[in-house]
Design a protein around this ligand. Structure first.
Ligand code: IMP
Ligand code: MG
Length: 182
């Protein structure tokens, strides 16, 4: 792992090439599902930025891109379920074909909140795309993602957008972090 100081704290779980291959498949599926429509992409900051940018580059339809900045309060690797909203959308989603892109669904609090907010904007279509799904941790079960890159075990992961205290987002792969080794 070139350039990463704490090599023993991070164990690779999903390689860069596996992520690339899966993104290509997801983009093809999304392109088929939205055929003939322009897509209003909504990306959740900051964790989903890397996934979103790679994914939209492979979607063969016109996309607009907007951002929501929302974070769950964290105590180390444990999410509290309490949400902090820093930024909502620039544009209305009324009558649009919307694709929400998020890094991970964990307890489900974030996705459930954002889903209800997006629905309240009356889009014609709303699909939810997650890079990762950690189903063992689910507390809010009301929302099911339409597209999932990888289902992962109940471990704290970093890389490809995901952070631990804002660090490791730029790793090109996804790895399990052992905070005790930091
Ligand atoms: P949820 O609201 O509990 O589903 O949490 C979703 C948010 O928690 C994600 O947007 C991530 O920012 C963060 N999160 C959950 N699990 C992990 C993880 O394993 N690594 C890094 N961030 C995570
Ligand atoms: Mg996040």
């Amino acid at each position: 792992m070139m350039g990463v100081t704490n090599q023993k704290a991070i164990r690779e779980l999903i390689s860069e090439s596996a992520i690339d291959a899966r993104i290509k498949e997801l983009a093809e599926e999304i392109t088929r599902d939205f055929e003939g429509q322009d897509i209003a992409v909504v990306c959740l900051l900051k964790g989903a930025v890397m996934f979103m940018s790679r994914l939209v580059a492979r979607i063969a339809l016109d996309c607009t891109i907007d951002f929501i900045d929302i974070s769950s309060y964290h105590d180390g690797t444990i999410s509290s379920g309490e949400l902090k909203i820093n930024r909502m959308l620039d544009t209305s989603l009324a009558g649009k074909h919307v694709l929400l892109i998020e890094d991970i669904i964990d307890t489900g609090h974030t996705l459930s909140y954002v889903h209800d907010y997006l629905k309240s904007q009356r889009p014609t279509k709303l699909k939810l795309c997650m890079l990762l799904d950690k189903p063992e941790r689910r507390i809010v079960n009301t929302i099911t993602p339409d597209y999932v890159g990888f289902v992962i075990p109940n471990e704290f992961v970093v890389g490809f957008g995901l952070d631990y205290n804002q660090k490791y987002r730029n790793l090109p792969f996804i790895g399990v972090l052992d905070p005790d080794q930091l």
